[in-house]
Structures are given as C-alpha cells and as structure tokens.
Write a protein that binds this ligand. Sequence first.
Ligand code: FA5
Length: 356
Amino acid sequence: MDIEAALEEISRAPNLDSLQSLKVQYLGKNGQVTQAMKTLGQLPPEERKEKGRVLNAWKQALEEALEVREAQLKEQALQARLEQEALDVSLPGYAFPSGGLHITSRIVLELVNIFRRLGFSVVEGPEVESEFFNFDALNMPEWHPARDMQDTFWVELNRATEEAFTIQGPFAEDVSGLGGAVLRTHTSGMQIRYMIQHTPPFKIVVPGRVFRYEQTDASHEAMFHQLEGLVVGPNITMADLKGAISELARGLFGKEGKARFQPTFFPFVEPGVQFAMWWPERQKWLELGGAGMVHPYLFKAVDDYRERQGLPRVYEGMTGWAFGMGVERLALLRYGIPDIRYFYQNRLSFLRQFRG
Ligand code: FA5
C-alpha cells in the first residue's frame, strides 16, 4: 500500500461521501490497514514489531488526514449555504400601498373638530332606530305628511335589531312602546335619545350614517351622512344658533365664511330654517341643512318618557336649538364633485384624490 498516495487522495476528496468511502477503504473492518494488522500475528517476531510500528503510524496519519479533510469539507459546505441564504439588506424595499381616510371621514372629522373647539361633546347613536325616536317623539306621528319627506327602510324586528334600538341600562324599557324598527332616516332621533338620558344644559354634535329609500341621482344617495347639533339650556336663543352656524362657516371657509338662514318647516323645530354657507372661492351660497329652535313638543315627549321611567321632568322652562346637515353635500360643493354616487363606488382613482 502506498501511504503517500492514500494521504494525497484523502486531502483531495471532493465531498463528504467520497471521504467516507476512503475511510472504509483504509480503516474499515475490511480496510487495507485493518487487514494488514490482522496478518501481523503470522509474521516472525522481529518483523512483526517493525511492521506493527509502521502500520500504527499509517493508521494515525490516515485518521488525522481524514479528520482534517472532513473539517475542511464541512466548512466549505457551511460557507456555500451562508452565501446562498445571504440577505442583502442594502436592496431597496417594496413600496407597500398605504391607505388613507375616506373623504367622508375626513369631512366628519373636520366638522367635529370645529365643534369640539366650541365646547361641544361628540356622541353617536344606533343606525337601526325605533319608529318612536326617528319619528313619533320628533312630532312626526304616523299620519303626519312630513313622514313622506323621508322615504324609509323598514327593518324586520329580531333580537339583534331590538337590542340595537332599545335604550340600554337604567333606561331599558319594553320595546313594544317604541313602534317598528327603521334604518334611521336622519340623525335627529339622537336628540331624543340624548335628552332622555341627560339633564340640561348641554351641547352635542352627532355624526352618523343615515338611510333613505331614494331614487338616487347626482345629489341624492340612499346612504349618506349627517351631522346633527343640539344645544339645550335656559335662555338658549335663535341668535346662538346663528352664531354657531356662522362660526362653522368661518371654520370651514375661513374669515370670509358666513351663513344665511331662510324660513322653512320641520315638525321638530319652531321656527324652522334652512341654512346655506357662503363659499368665498366660488362666490356662491351652498345649501347645507335644516335647523331651528327645538319644538316644545319634544321637551314634553322627553319628559313624559322620563316620567314613565320614574325620573324627574327636567325640560320645563328650557329652550334649545338643533341643526342637521348633509356631510356629502358639503364635500360635493366644496370640492366641485359632480356626482354624490362617486363616494361609495370604491373607485380608487376618485378616492385617492382626497387622501391627506
Ligand atoms: C333633515 O334630515 C332634518 N333632520 C334636519 C334638521 C335637524 C332640521 C335638526 C332641523 C333641526 P333634510 O331631510 O332636509 O333634513 O336633510 C338634511 C340634509 O341632509 C340636507 O340638507 C342635505 O344636505 C342632506 N341630504 C338629504 N337627503 C339626502 C340624500 N338623499 N343624499 C345626500 N344628502 C342628503
């Protein structure tokens, strides 16, 4: 056996498998060195000693060479894997598209923030509303012609819808007194809900979605948003209402912003007005909503309800004003959007134009 050639072969073994076969070939049970060692016993003693020493030296040299090569090969394999799995942290990242607030949400926030600065609280109410809060308590009994102004989606009652429009907590009552369920046609029902649960004075705004069974067109949607305002206390006057709406106009349109009021009718206010705001940029008036002094009927309906709950009457001698405005209408006019139906078609090319 040529030990030099064997060591050379081991040092060049291309991979761990071939190294393993070399190990078997020389040092395995039937390997060349092992076999040679087995024949030592047949040799004469003086030869045996010398041959034994040589074979042991070979064995040791082979083992060392195998070990060195194995370490080299393992190191090479590790390097190859590290290179393959390397992560180049200097590569530019992927640009993930980022979302933004919907144009309606932005306007609602803007409106609500103006009122917050004026000391109003912001509250919200249920979208499934009872006939009582949406109509009756607002001085719109079933036979009242004003109900025709708001074509209504009726909701079939089940536990979930009942829970949605029942006043919770200490005010919970048998829903049978509240009539049928509707998708609220305006946010004005929250005037009643809030008054039932609170003692004046207070000032609130109520943003929210409302629904009407409408033939849609460029300025009418079946689902849109309103912002309701309600201020109640002793000696609240129409002048306060004009002041607040004018302040809103300035908040939205800057120093030149102003408001205009024209008489109109809503069953839940007396007197009633519709209001418009001056848009300085385009030099024109924008019709935005309705308002007026809270009708005494509402205070009576609320106190009657409270009395049925065993609560004191707190609205006698109070006055108040309320307003309700269309959020999308404001956006349409302010941004010159030609059609209200764009708002909820989820077309990104439209929505992206209003991302902040
Ligand atoms: C009301 O809903 C009254 N609740 C407002 C009110 C509140 C008056 C408090 C007095 C006191 P009206 O139906 O006019 O009123 O609607 C108010 C505003 O909602 C309208 O001026 C308009 O801006 C918007 N609006 C009404 N119908 C639609 C519709 N189909 N699509 C989009 N906006 C609408």
